[in-house]
Design a protein around this ligand. Structure first.
Ligand code: GLY
Length: 361
């Protein structure tokens, strides 16, 4: 059992990590004074596994609990889905003092957070993440939102949860591909922030399934990743500077996702390819050693993740797509590049010529 604090100027909150803790969700929330009514937002599949346990825990603690289900998948991450959440909240008279609970992966977490940020100008919000990616990344830090037809997450708000309640046992139902996708973000923390985590991952013979990782390393992976995210978010809640390092691997990763119409790769896989590409750029610029880049790439491959840009994607198309990324500032593309394992820089000095040289070597 570990507790990590996301330390913020206003409304700091805890990330509570403990196996089998879904049963304690109600009592954990009761201590935080989160009103009497709770709206649990989930997807049908996740709710079929964990809904009953979640509702029992809330009801045993004295909460009046309601449920709203949203079909799984990115295609439902829309304002129309949010409208239906509001309809359920209205029908059940959810009040200012009430709490929305996200029981699911990143899409459910982002939508629940956005609904909570906007319903009655803001109600309490609790994250109960059920995927590795949501546990180590999406559930912490308060980025909430939905997609616009023109792009992912273009509509949203920074809105912090009151609690992130992590029960690693919920990962037992996670499909293998989703587990590996989450490992991409874990490796990311090793490269950008936590050299010791990186080394621990290197020392594990196999990383490509939950069983191979085992309970002990899983707890370390979750705790260290959440610690890294909490430290970064505590220093830069609204991404004025430092927080951008969390986007390591995402510049080229997003371009790959977009060019393959979000059909070929899940997010973590695209980030894995993006990290390998960013490593090559860092080496080509003389910022990083080939030896450390090779260690990163070996770890990504060991987690069963892709490392190569699909050959059918033209480099010109990737360069064009990068230019339209929402993180472009004043026309300059921002890259996060490693200088050592555990240390990265944010730079807008990466030219198309450098990218071309690095990725065609
Ligand atoms: N997933 C990147 C961030 O939370 O800032």
């Amino acid at each position: 059992m570990s507790n990590i604090t996301v330390d913020l100027p206003q409304d700091s909150y805890a990330i509570a990590i403990a196996p089998d803790s879904l049963k304690q969700l109600g009592s954990q929330m009761k201590e935080l004074n989160l009103g009497n009514k709770v709206l649990v937002i989930s997807s049908p599949e996740i709710f079929s596994y964990y809904g009953e346990s979640c509702l029992n825990s809330l009801q045993d603690a004295g909460f009046e609990a309601y449920t709203h289900l949203i079909p799984a998948g990115e295609s439902h991450k829309t304002l129309e889905s949010i409208q239906r959440v509001y309809d359920t909240a209205q029908a059940n008279h959810l009040e200012r003092s009430s709490t929305f609970v996200a029981l699911g992966g990143g899409v459910i977490g982002d939508m629940t957070g956005f609904s909570a940020a906007t319903w009655l100008r803001g109600v309490n919000f609790v994250q109960v993440p059920t995927t590795l990616l949501a546990i180590v990344d999406a559930s912490v830090g308060g980025k909430t939102g939905v997609n616009h037809p023109q792009g992912k997450n273009l509509i949203g708000a920074f809105y912090q949860p009151k609690l992130v309640a992590i029960d690693p046992n919920l990962l037992k139902t996670l499909p293998l591909r989703e587990f590996r996708a989450g490992m991409a973000e874990v490796i990311k923390y090793g490269v950008i922030w936590d050299q010791d985590l990186f080394t621990k991952l290197e020392h594990c013979d196999r990383l490509d399934s939950l069983d191979d990782v085992g309970d002990e390393l899983l707890e370390i992976i979750i705790t260290r990743s959440c610690q890294a995210k909490a430290e970064v978010v505590s220093q830069d809640e609204k991404e004025a500077g430092l927080r951008a390092i969390l986007n390591y691997g995402h510049t080229i990763g997003h371009a790959i996702e977009s060019l393959t119409h979000y059909q070929q790769f899940v997010h973590g896989e695209a980030v894995a390819i993006g990290m390998v590409a960013a490593g090559k750029i860092a080496v080509a610029m003389g910022l990083w050693t080939q030896e450390e880049a090779d260690r990163q790439d070996a770890l990504i491959a060991k987690a069963g993740l892709p490392t190569e840009i699909p050959p059918e994607l033209a480099l010109e198309a990737i360069l064009e797509t990068i230019k339209s990324d929402k993180k472009v500032t004043a026309g300059k593309v921002r890259f996060i590049l490693p200088m050592a394992i555990g240390k990265v820089i944010i730079t807008d000095q990466v030219t198309p010529e450098i990218i071309t040289k690095a990725l065609t070597l």
